[in-house]
Design a protein around this ligand. Sequence first.
Ligand SMILES: [Zn+2]
Length: 604
Amino acid sequence: MATPIRYSIFPSNPEAHLFEVRCTVADLDPAGQKFALPTWIPGSYLIREFARNVVRIRAQSGRKMLRIVKLDKNTWQVEPTDGPVTVTMEVYAWDLSVRGAHLDTTHAFFNGPSVFLKVEGREDEPCEVEILPPKGARYRNWRIASAMRRKGARPYGFGTYEAADYDELIDHPVEIGTFTLATFKAAGVQHDIAITGRHRADMDRLCRDLKVLCETQIRFFGEPAPMDRYVFLVTAVGEGYGGLEHRASTALLCSRDELPRKGVQEVTNGYRTFLGLCSHEYFHTWNVKRIKPAVFTPYDLDRENYTTLLWAFEGITSYYDDLFLVRSGLITRDAYLESVAKSITSVLRGSGRRKQTVAESSFDAWIKYYRQDENAPNAAVSYYVKGSLVALCLDLLIRQQTNGRRSLDHVMRALWKRHGLKGVGVEENGVERLADEVTGLKLKRFFDQALRGTGDLPLQKLLADVGIEMKIRRAESPADKGGKRASKPEKVLAQRVDLGIRTADGSGDLRITHVLDGGAAQRAGLAAGDTIVALDELRVTPKNFEARLGNYRPGDTVQVHAFRRDELLVLNLTLAAPPADTCALTVNDDRSAANLRRRWLSTS
Ligand SMILES: [Zn+2]
């Protein structure tokens, strides 16, 4: 077997957020070995240019310093030499997200693409990493959480770890510090939860709930689980949300208030959000980490990898994340329907759904979804949210057309057997082809409309087949995200007024973040970034804005004072009623539909 490529990583200066990372390799390219850092991290479709955090780089062979030249933004070349070469980088790590690297005196976290150089042409060779502790007594209790395979290091200890190739090396994020640790077994596989950040989570409850969730998913795809261990790496902060999937772990960022407290039995909204995130990333263990678009096998880490399939890899995953919460018994049927109704509301509220298809949204993730600006609701649709509704429709359509004999579950298991288990990428039309094959249906018309069309999805009809009534109404207030029936009759809601804007609190001022197409604000000429300071010469703040608007009725004209940059604008705005864009779902008592519905919401 070839000598592995050797890496070491050392938190050399936590106070200055610097890692020292080395890469040692023998048998070099005689023309001068090239090294590169990825420009993006799989799972997060944006060019992030990790090389911009490289502060210093040097190369040497034994004691001899070698010339190292930068060829482009993320590639270096070392002058030709006979002996093994060590490239040493100083990497700045101050990105507290699930995608980068972060280091201070309280902890260290890194993703491989931020710190490990790719040895060009040698990506398939085995790798070893020595993870070293920072120097100083204050770090003596630090330990390691990662799904990377140990080679000599003790459990949770510093020392040597290994990976079969570069792709695996960069797919095991590492948390180092004094995290809380809890362990449980799911279908015989060890699962760890490591929580960094101050928190008072009920770890026993987390283990209990995640065990049920993980086992439900493992059994869905079939035992044995595809990984021999799994780690939830959680960073708890004041406010934050995010997750990134990996083959045997996930990095999560959550608000500490979302974690379950001791003595509280109910599933709060926050905890539901956290469980949904865990469920989402865990489902990716199969869908996108092993069942992958063909264009990701292998990933091209130097540039964008375009696929129209993110509706399937993110949308279907978003569909199943909450569905598995109800199938695991962690949330009730009604709580599940509430979350579906919120997703429907969220799609209805963007006129971008009329302009961009989910296939286009997926393809353009790199420049649109991950780089949303103030015009996003008017120009784009989310392949996550609309994608989850496409998956819902597809599932219900298959169930209805096959009298419950087939479902999206069968399609997912076929994708797993044909692609995931075999390591064969999914071609751009592969999901559609397999869906036809597994169900015996001709689904082309549905897919053309749902994936390549901008019309609304046939949700109302398909939900009716499982005894669920979909009602669309006007919003009760800006805080109304849908999901519940209105507390007031529709004719009262039709008397409210709506400016067609989204706002934020800009240090006590009412700042417009988005101006929605066709709304009163757009017609009057208000723009994103404007600060509304008065309505009819009375001061407006984020706190009193709704109450002030309560004095008006649709059709009334109001004088608006607003600042655009430092220039005062005075505009007359004709108020309108809010659009009907808010969804609620309720279960009716149709007996025959109840059977179909129960089978849909329980594991099949
Ligand atoms: Zn995802």
